[in-house]
Every structure is written in structure tokens, then in C-alpha cells.
Design a protein around this ligand. Structure first.
Ligand code: SME
Length: 161
């Protein structure tokens, strides 16, 4: 069990993703407990990047339900046709929102949130849940985050098989 993570403090996000991804892989190892793994992943991402909010919503029935997260209090349930998370669920694509105020139907969980990225997590071709990250800075997410977080999601998907 990894007890702490190490990453450079340069602020170069691409480098930090490349440093933390192998550490997330070893942190998870052969652990199959979903909640434990998701909780530790949110902790690593929070520590590495300091994003405002990082967390998971998991498909339960006909809604997305809040899972492990780090950051301010968040809404518990999201309908599939609501918010950025619902849009990600419906389109099955990564969604980058440079300015949350310009996304129709964006659900405000924290008034400090300015931009957001949401990635789908698949199990057997179905959307199992989403990884949602909020920043308190406008236009804070780009391709580097989409690629880095996709690798993180891939690690989770590997535990769901
Ligand atoms: N903003 C999200 C809701 C979840 S919070 O950001 C934690 C949305 O519009 O779906």
C-alpha cells in the first residue's frame, strides 16, 4: 500500500499526470473495493492539482448519485438529462466547460466553480458513472486534463471488469 504520493511542484500538469498515474496504479493494485479506490483517487487528484472539487457520480437506477469526493458539499442526485454530468452521461463523451455560466442547465454545487470537466466511466459498454472535476478558475481544463483523467478513468474501468 502506497502511503503518500510524490510529484513535481512545477505546475506543469502534463508532467504531474505522468507522475501520479503509475502511483495510482500501484495504490489500487489488486484492490477491488470500488468505494475505497474512488476515495483514494479523489485524494490523489486533490493533493496533486488542488482543484476545487473532484468526485464521482455513479449510475443508480435512473439517476447519477454522488460517490466519493473531495471539496465542498455537492448535490446528491443528478437526473440523466440535467447538468454537465447528465450531458456527459447522455453523450458518453468527455465534456469540457470553459465557463460554467455559459453551459445551459449547469448545476451549481459551489458558487466558486468557474470551469468543469466531466468524463464517462464505462463498464461493459454502459456508462457506469462519471468523474467530475470543478475549478475555481475560468477555462482551467484542456486536452492535457482530458488525456490524464482518461487514464485515471481507465484504471478504474480495469477494476470493474
Ligand atoms: N456542476 C455539475 C454538478 C455536480 S457539481 O459540480 C459537484 C453539473 O452541472 O452536472
Amino acid at each position: 500500500m502506497v502511503e503518500s504520493i510524490a510529484f513535481s511542484k512545477t505546475g506543469d500538469r502534463k508532467t504531474v499526470y505522468s507522475e501520479i498515474i503509475p502511483q495510482i496504479e500501484s495504490l489500487i493494485g489488486d484492490e477491488v473495493d470500488l468505494i475505497a479506490n474512488l476515495a483514494n483517487i479523489t485524494a490523489v487528484l486533490k493533493e496533486a492539482f488542488g482543484f476545487l472539487w473532484i468526485g464521482f457520480y455513479l449510475v443508480k437506477g435512473d439517476q447519477l448519485v454522488l460517490g466519493p469526493f473531495q471539496g465542498p458539499l455537492a448535490c446528491t442526485r443528478i437526473d440523466f438529462d440535467k447538468g454537465v454530468c447528465g450531458y456527459c452521461y447522455t453523450t458518453r463523451e468527455t465534456v469540457i466547460v470553459p465557463n460554467v455560466e455559459e453551459f445551459p442547465g449547469h448545476i451549481v454545487c459551489s458558487s466558486a466553480a468557474r470551469s468543469e470537466i466531466v468524463l464517462p466511466i464505462f463498464r461493459n459498454e454502459e456508462v457506469f458513472g462519471v468523474l467530475d472535476v470543478d475549478s475555481d478558475r475560468l477555462n482551467d481544463f484542456g486536452e492535457v486534463d482530458a488525456n490524464g483523467l482518461k487514464e485515471v478513468v481507465g484504471i478504474i474501468e480495469g477494476t470493474l471488469k
